[in-house]
Design a binder for this molecule. Structure first.
Ligand code: ADP
Ligand code: MG
Length: 691
């Protein structure tokens, strides 16, 4: 039997060139693709629900006799059909209908229909149900399985997708779709055979647990999630091996530059900074590329550690690239490194996406000519950026970058031959199990000590009905020479609306706090404007900065010791923690006011309560994970932009230890299964291992 991975969709009935092209656009080229194209959800058309038992909101199949069908004139003209089955009456309403349709629904017609039941002006109604007239002579059966609803695209109907999956399922078996999970492992981890899981998910029996399916906790989903996570783990492992196999320029321990740097720094590194610094220094001295992640809570002083790493490469005569996910943060690094490196006689070059024309050409030329230290944004990843002697890449706030992007930089090493060392810094506290999976290709150092003299931020949870009091608090803090942030949170998904809200808040606060110097910063402003505002705030010429969450990451103004966050209930805990990390950076006691809009849900109360109780990012992350219901998905930003088809790192976190063990076992005992798994799950150029 041919393997389904090798059978084109065109082998199926009804699939010609045009349809094949449409399917290819959504990644469906083979029968295997069709089988892994899983339903988003299901409808239950396996039983007929008596009208008397219908509940609003329910999707149901109903059968009855037409008692009347008339055109009614309400706000909009509609066809109203009254359907009875002895247990009650249901209205079917059509706003669009043809004369023929109306005639087909004459009084006395027997009808079966399906749709969502809603409360209407005349009792329960279904708007535009799917329906068909029944004839007594040829009864039609109800569906034998739950009805799958597939992810689709324009021009691809559910009926079509169902017919295709039906045909693919007919050919599915252990021979046509090999199960790469060895039987021993499947038994140890209690996982069912692959073909069974797929069959179940495409056509669940009527008694399937729909709630479990909706939450992604069904055994059939677990089976696939396990395999997908396993594959991901294997690919990171392979990636790691392939990188380790490359040569990196060994960088001898530096002396001169670090010494000068320390003299100018103005403070001594913490014990943790020294320890992590030594780990990095050792890695850099090897001829195998460093792949190291520094995890350190907000304010732990990761930048200084990065600077020491940079100095080691610089002293050896190589180039260093430092990359940050936002322009604000990149600019801040540019300024910091400029300040630190100028006295050492090292120039810092700048490259960001917004840099255009001559300035861009000049920057590219500088980089190609060997500019020692280059700071920038994603723009540094682009093909046109050629480094002369790149030996070290530093990536700040890694969670905003994907594995892919990290990879792109590996090809930019010395002469395209030597692979640069990589240092990745993240403040996003990721629970340990997740970190081990998301960053399986990296070694980890933990910066677990804050610089001395920091007092934890005192966090208050206050209802916005007390806004005036809070304003007074801002006024008196500023009058005492301190600085404050006022943060406006995201409205829905709209950056536009959020920026507008920030503008309004800015105008309100400037008026209410007459006499104070108030500034505004948000994502829609030009980079130069943003930089100017940040600079003014840094210099203390602005006392209050109204901002959107653009300041979330990395921004460092130690004199700012008060932060107000409006509608904190709209944000995730990790994000709140990041934001709050903007204060508490100097020696003054800092405060963070979470100005929520009542009423808060129970979950909302608990979450803000956690923020009040602790400033430890790891504790916050663990609690957050505990509190999250399965329905509440974590954004990709926290999982390192990992894209999964079936698995969900948060939801399936409990599978991860087993997945890790299984990956190890597979590599040891069944290495020939690794490539087929990678091909199955990571096609279309996403194979991490193949750089
Ligand atoms: P993060 O880890 O969040 O990136 P930063 O590197 O921005 O933290 O450092 C936060 C602040 O702490 C900066 O103002 C930095 O100059 C200061 N800092 C870093 N290390 C020390 C130290 N050992 N002693 C005193 N201040 C320090
Ligand atoms: Mg930082």
């Amino acid at each position: 039997m041919t393997e389904l991975a090798a059978v084109s969709v065109t082998a199926l009935k009804g699939v010609g060139a045009a349809l094949a092209e449409k399917l290819a656009r959504v990644g469906l080229e083979t029968l295997q693709d069709l089988l892994f194209h899983l339903p988003l959800r299901y409808q239950d058309r396996t039983r007929i629900v008596p009208i008397g038992a219908l509940r609003p909101g329910q999707d149901a199949v109903v059968e009855g006799t037409v008692a009347s069908a008339e055109v009614v004139m309400g706000r909009r003209r509609s066809l109203l059909v009254r359907l009875q089955d002895g247990s009650g009456t249901l209205s079917l309403r059509f706003y669009h209908f043809s004369q023929a349709q109306k005639e087909g629904l004459k009084r006395g017609t027997q009808v079966r229909c399906y749709g969502e039941v809603r409360p209407g002006s005349s009792g329960l109604e279904i708007y535009h149900p799917e329906y068909r007239a029944l004839s007594a002579s040829e009864p039609i059966a109800v569906e034998q399985t739950l009805t799958p609803i597939y992810p689709s695209t324009e021009g691809l109907t559910q009926q079509r997708l169902r017919s295709l999956s039906e045909q693919a399922l007919a050919r599915l078996g252990p021979q046509s779709l090999p199960d790469w999970l060895p039987r021993e492992l499947a038994r140890d981890y209690r996982l069912s055979p692959l073909d069974q899981a797929l069959r179940y998910l495409h056509r669940p029996p009527p008694d399937a647990d729909q709630a479990e399916l909706a939450e992604g906790r069904h055994w059939a989903q677990h089976r696939l999630a396990f395999e997908e996570l396993l594959t991901h783990q294997l690919s990171l492992q392979r990636l790691r091996d392939s990188v380790r196999a490359q040569q990196a320029p060994p960088l001898p321990l530096a002396k001169r530059l670090p010494q000068q740097f320390l003299e100018n720094l103005g403070f001594a590194p913490t014990g943790a900074q020294q320890r992590v610094g030594a780990e990095i220094a050792y890695d850099l001295s090897q001829d195998e590329p460093m792949l190291r992640l520094i995890q350190g809570d907000v304010g732990a002083g990761k930048t200084v550690v990065a600077a020491f790493a940079a100095l080691q490469a610089l002293e050896a005569g190589y180039q260093v690239a430092l990359m940050a996910p936002t322009e604000i943060l990149a600019e801040q690094h540019f300024l910091n490194f400029g300040k630190w490196l100028a006295p050492l006689g090292v120039d810092v070059a700048w490259l960001a996406g917004k840099l255009k024309g001559k300035a861009r050409a000049a920057a590219l030329e500088q980089i190609a000519a060997g500019a020692a230290m280059v700071v920038g944004t994603h723009a540094l990843f682009q093909d046109e950026v050629k480094f002369a002697r790149l030996a070290l890449v530093i990536i700040d706030e890694q969670h905003r970058f994907g594995v892919q992007q990290r990879l792109a930089l590996r090809q930019k090493g010395v002469g395209g031959r030597l692979c640069p060392h990589q240092l990745i810094m993240t403040a996003t506290p990721i629970p340990r199990t997740l970190a081990m999976s998301a960053y399986a290709d990296l070694d980890t150092s933990i910066l677990d000590e804050l610089p001395p003299g920091r007092t934890p931020v005192n966090t208050l949870v206050i209802a916005d009905s007390r806004r005036l009091e809070v304003l007074e608090r801002v006024r008196s803090a500023c009058n005492e020479g301190r600085q404050a942030y006022w943060v406006c949170t995201l409205i829905g998904e709209s950056e536009e609306l959020t920026c507008q809200a920030a503008e309004t808040t800015f105008a309100d606060l400037a008026a209410a706090l007459g006499g104070l110097h108030v500034g505004l910063i948000h994502g829609r402003m030009k980079p130069a404007e943003k930089a100017a505002v940040m600079e003014q705030f840094k210099q203390g010429r602005l006392q209050l900065l109204v901002a959107t969450t653009v300041i979330e990451v990395g921004v460092d103004v130690p004199n700012a010791s008060l932060m107000i966050i409006e509608n904190p209930e709209r944000l995730g805990l990790a994000q709140l923690h990041q934001l709050r990390g903007r204060v508490g950076r100097g020696s003054a006691a800092s405060h963070c006011v979470l100005l929520y809009h009542p009423p808060l849900s129970q979950l909302g109360r608990e979450r803000l309560g956690i923020m009040r109780e602790t400033c430890d990012g790891f504790v916050i992350a663990e609690k957050d994970l505990e509190l999250r219901g399965p329905g509440e998905m974590l954004g990709t930003r926290q999982t390192g932009l990992l894209q999964f088809k079936v698995a969900d790192l948060m939801r399936d976190a409990d599978l991860l230890p087993a997945v890790r063990d299984a990956a190890q076992a597979l590599l040891e005992h069944w290495p020939q299964h690794v490539s087929p798994l990678l091909e199955r799950w990571l096609r279309h150029g996403q194979q991490y291992g193949q750089v």
